[in-house]
Design a protein around this ligand. Structure first.
Ligand SMILES: [Zn+2]
Length: 97
């Protein structure tokens, strides 16, 4: 499987490390909402199809990226720097308030 790093270009999977599910939303860090924390920590969705994941180019530029990959075919449809995704998610959260 090849992952196309936004900085380095296409590289073999062996250069990358999986960093987790990119679909979960962390509760506010000072929140005492125990059910929300339980959901964040323990509930996982086993998606059959496109799934957003965080990966790090640990054997290269060390960039964190958000990859959309099909769990059925391993076909990658999108790769973007995780920082770009976090910025747009923060903007969307601010305008929703
Ligand atoms: Zn890279």
């Amino acid at each position: 499987m090849l992952i196309s790093c936004p900085y380095c270009g296409p590289r073999d999977l062996i250069e990358f490390s999986y960093q987790g599910d990119a679909n979960r939303t962390r509760p506010d860090r000072v929140s005492m909402d125990v059910p929300a924390w339980n959901t964040y920590i323990y509930d996982r969705v086993n998606t059959a199809g496109d799934h957003a994941e965080f990966w790090q180019h640990s054997g290269g530029c060390r960039m964190y990226m958000r990859v959309v990959r099909s769990t059925l075919t391993h076909a990658i449809t999108s790769v973007e720097p995780a920082r770009a995704h976090a910025s747009s998610a923060r903007r969307a959260k601010r305008t929703a308030r």
